[in-house]
Write a protein that binds this ligand. Structure first.
Ligand code: DX5
Ligand code: ZN
Length: 229
């Protein structure tokens, strides 16, 4: 399976968001990752459906909406209406996770389940058959620019083994602190959807440099493993 890469726009220049998106698009990303935070489930507050709808008008890239909110089931319709192609909810925020994922799928959008660093992949084993992606958080959610938690690598491997045993068709996404220095290990462990924010939107690099460095890290490990993910 081809490994895909999408920037989280959280650390992009929000005064020039259209430019930030188009630079990532030109650099060759596969999707946009939109971090929605409510100040309840996580300490930070970001943006809502209006910004997603504005982005929908500026790019054909798939919009991967990451709901870091309490009671995400209340917000699915508004983000679908805004143009989301995929919605990921946190297992820790759902009382009826199976039902929430099913409700996302019935809209035609991809359904994702995210697990925080403190949540075991085994805890979502029963919903793998109604999920399209398992998002393994490699930082505690709430902010961009955090350091990758090294324990995430073994967790990605365990998640892949769990998915293989279940026979479910679920891709593993990883989000938080991913950099050119660790993306190879993340992919080798079993991730095929990579989210990166501050590795792409940062004063240290241009967007193109950030994207290309990550793609080089991905390509290197895919070449070593003969493309087997
Ligand atoms: C954190 C978000 C991530 C974050 C990624 O709560 O879900 O998407 O913005 O940014 P970096 O790659 O800088 O950790
Ligand atoms: Zn995210």
């Amino acid at each position: 399976m081809r490994v895909t890469l999408g920037p989280s726009i959280l650390t992009a220049d929000f005064l020039h968001l259209e430019r930030a998106v188009h630079e990532a698009e030109s650099a060759g990303v596969d999707f946009l990752h939109l971090d929605i935070m409510d100040g309840q489930f996580v300490p930070n507050i970001t943006f809502g459906p209006f910004v997603v709808a504005a982005l929908r008008k500026t790019t054909p890239l798939p919009l991967d909406v990451h709901l870091m909110v309490q009671t995400p089931e209340k917000h699915i319709a508004s983000f679908i209406d805004a143009g989301a192609d995929g919605i990921t909810v946190h297992a820790e925020a759902c009382q009826h996770l199976h039902g929430v994922l099913m409700s996302i799928r019935t809209t035609g959008a991809a359904a994702g389940v995210a697990i925080n660093p403190g949540t075991a992949p085994e805890s979502v084993a029963e919903v793998l058959h109604v999920a399209d992606q398992l998002l393994v958080m490699s930082v505690n959610p709430g902010f961009g620019g955090q350091s990758f938690l090294p324990t995430s690598i073994s967790k990605i491997t365990r998640s892949r083994e769990l998915i293989e045993q279940s026979g479910a068709q679920v891709i593993i996404a990883v989000d938080g602190g991913v950099k050119p220095s660790n993306v190879g290990k993340v992919v080798a462990a079993g991730a095929s959807m990579i989210v990166a924010g501050s590795a792409i939107y940062s004063p240290e690099v241009t967007v193109a440099e950030g994207v290309h460095a990550l793609l080089a890290g991905i390509d290197a490990v895919v070449a070593q493993t003969g493309g087997q993910q």
